[in-house]
Ligand binder design. Structure first.
Ligand SMILES: Cc1cc2nc3c(=O)[nH]c(=O)nc-3n(C[C@H](O)[C@H](O)[C@H](O)COP(=O)(O)OP(=O)(O)OC[C@H]3O[C@@H](n4cnc5c(N)ncnc54)[C@H](O)[C@@H]3O)c2cc1C
Length: 368
C-alpha cells in the first residue's frame, strides 16, 4: 500500500503452530521481529490464525511479542490459503503495520507473495538478516528514513540488501536457522486480542476434502549435534582417480556411527546441492533433497560441521556458517570454505575419512 509511511506502525510476525504449540521456527521469527521492532521503537505484534489456538498466543508473548492478534475460528481448522489471505488483508488494511515478516516455510512462501500482491507492496524473500537504516537514493535525491533492510544471499556470490522504500508494509520472508530464539520468560507481559473472522460465510471454489499427513522423515539435520557433509570432491581422489561416491557415503556413515557410539552425539549426513543434483545412480535414495544444506536446502548450526570435498559456495555457506566448529577437508588450499573453517585440512577425503574413523574409535574427541 503506497501512502505516507508515517501512517504505518508496528512490526508484525506471522506465527505458525506445530500441533498445540508455537513452531520452533516461529520463535526464531519473533527474535528477528524483536530486533527490528526495538530499532524502530515500535510494538512487535504476532499474528496467528487457526482453530483451537488455546495457549499458543500466550506462548508467543513469553517468547517476545508485545501483542498477539489471534483469529480462532472453526472455519480455519483446515488450511485454505485464500481464506487466510482474506483475513490477513483485512487486518493489514485496518491496522496498517509498518513491516510484516513471514517465515520462509511452505506456509510463508504460500501466503507472503499473495498478500504482498494484494497490498501492492514489495516482498524480499529468504532473508538471513534484517537491519534498520536510512537509505539515500541518488536517483530520487531523497532520504528514506528508518527502512527495514532485508539481507539475503543473491544468485551469485554476494549478499544483497533489498529496499522497498515507498510502500508499506515492508514485507519479508525470513529463513529459519539464522536467528536464535529469545529466552523463554513465563512472566512476560503482553496483550492477546481475539479478532473475529470477517466474511466467515464466504464460499471459496477451493475446498479441503481430505488431509493426509506425510510421514516425517527420520533425518533430522536441524537438531543434529554433528553434521558430516559431502560435496562433489568425493568423485575423485588426489591422483584424479574416479571413485564411486557410494564409497565416501559408506565411510561417512561409518564415521557417523563411530561418533554416535563413542561420543553420544546425534550425527546426520548432509550434502551440497551439486552432489545431490548430479543424480548419481550409486547415491540414489541415499542422498536426497532432504539432505541438502544451504540456501535452497536446510540451515544447520551443529556443534561440529565436517565439510568433505566442498568448495564453500555462498549458497552452501549460508546454510552452515553458524556451526560452532567447522572442519573442512579440501585438496585446494584456496577453497573458499577455508575462510570460515576453524579446522582447515588440506587433504584428500579418501585419506581423511578412514583416519578420522580410526581416531574416533580410538577415543579422539570430535566436539570441542
Ligand atoms: C540459486 C542457487 C541456489 C543454490 N542453493 C544451494 C544450496 O542450497 N546448497 C548448496 O550446497 N549449493 C547450492 N547452490 C550451488 C552452489 O552455488 C555450488 O555450485 C555448490 O554448493 C557446489 O558444490 P560442491 O562444493 O559440492 O562442488 P564444487 O564447487 O565442485 O567443489 C568441490 C570441491 O571438492 C574439492 N575436492 C576435489 N576432490 C577432492 C578430494 N578428493 N578430497 C578433498 N577435496 C576435494 C575441490 O577442490 C572443490 O573445492 C545453489 C546455486 C544457485 C545458483
Amino acid at each position: 500500500m503506497s501512502a505516507d509511511p508515517s501512517d504505518y506502525r508496528n512490526v508484525w510476525v506471522y506465527l505458525e503452530r506445530d500441533g498445540d504449540a508455537l513452531s520452533s521456527d516461529s520463535k526464531e521469527l519473533i527474535a528477528a521481529g524483536r530486533k527490528v521492532a526495538d530499532k524502530l521503537q515500535q510494538e512487535l505484534v504476532g499474528v496467528i490464525l487457526g482453530y483451537g489456538l488455546e495457549g499458543i498466543p500466550r506462548e508467543a508473548i513469553e517468547y517476545g511479542v508485545d501483542r498477539v492478534l489471534a483469529i480462532d475460528d472453526p472455519v480455519l481448522a483446515d488450511y485454505l490459503s485464500l481464506r487466510i489471505i482474506d483475513a490477513l488483508g483485512y487486518l493489514v488494511r485496518e491496522r496498517r503495520p509498518y513491516s510484516f515478516l513471514f517465515l520462509s516455510t511452505e506456509q510463508g512462501k504460500d501466503l507472503a507473495p499473495r498478500l504482498a500482491y494484494r497490498m501492492k507492496t514489495g516482498l524480499a524473500t529468504d532473508n538471513i538478516q534484517l537491519e534498520v537504516e536510512d537509505y539515500v537514493s541518488p536517483q530520487a535525491k531523497q532520504t528514506f528514513k528508518n527502512l527495514v533492510i532485508q539481507i539475503r544471499p543473491d544468485f551469485g556470490t554476494r549478499v544483497a540488501k533489498i529496499y522497498t522504500p515507498r510502500t508499506r508494509p515492508q514485507m519479508s520472508t525470513v529463513r529459519p536457522g539464522h536467528f536464535d530464539p529469545l529466552a523463554h520468560d513465563p512472566e512476560r507481559k503482553g496483550v492477546v486480542e481475539i479478532v473475529p473472522l470477517q466474511d466467515r460465510k464466504k464460499v471459496y471454489t477451493a475446498v479441503v476434502k481430505e488431509l493426509k499427513e506425510i510421514p516425517r522423515s527420520a533425518l533430522d539435520l536441524k537438531s543434529a549435534q554433528v553434521v558430516i557433509s559431502l560435496g562433489l570432491g568425493v568423485l575423485k581422489d588426489k591422483h584424479g582417480t574416479l571413485h564411486n561416491p557410494r564409497e565416501a557415503y559408506e565411510l561417512a556413515l561409518e564415521l557417523k556411527k563411530a561418533i554416535e557410539e563413542k561420543e553420544g552425539l546425534k550425527t546426520e549426513i548432509g550434502a551440497t546441492r551439486a552432489l545431490i543434483y548430479a543424480e548419481l545412480k550409486d547415491l540414489h535414495g541415499l542422498l536426497t533433497h532432504e539432505n541438502q544444506i544451504g540456501q535452497t536446502g536446510v540451515t544447520v548450526s551443529p556443534q561440529v560441521y565436517i565439510a568433505l570435498g566442498i568448495s564453500g559456495a555462498t549458497q552452501h555457506k549460508v546454510g552452515m556458517q553458524k556451526s560452532r566448529k567447522i572442519v573442512a577437508v579440501n585438496l585446494d588450499p584456496h577453497a573458499p570454505i577455508f575462510q570460515i573453517a576453524h579446522y582447515p585440512i588440506t587433504e584428500d577425503v579418501y585419506d581423511f575419512l578412514p583416519e578420522m574413523i580410526r581416531r574416533v574409535r580410538g577415543g579422539t574427541k570430535v566436539a570441542a
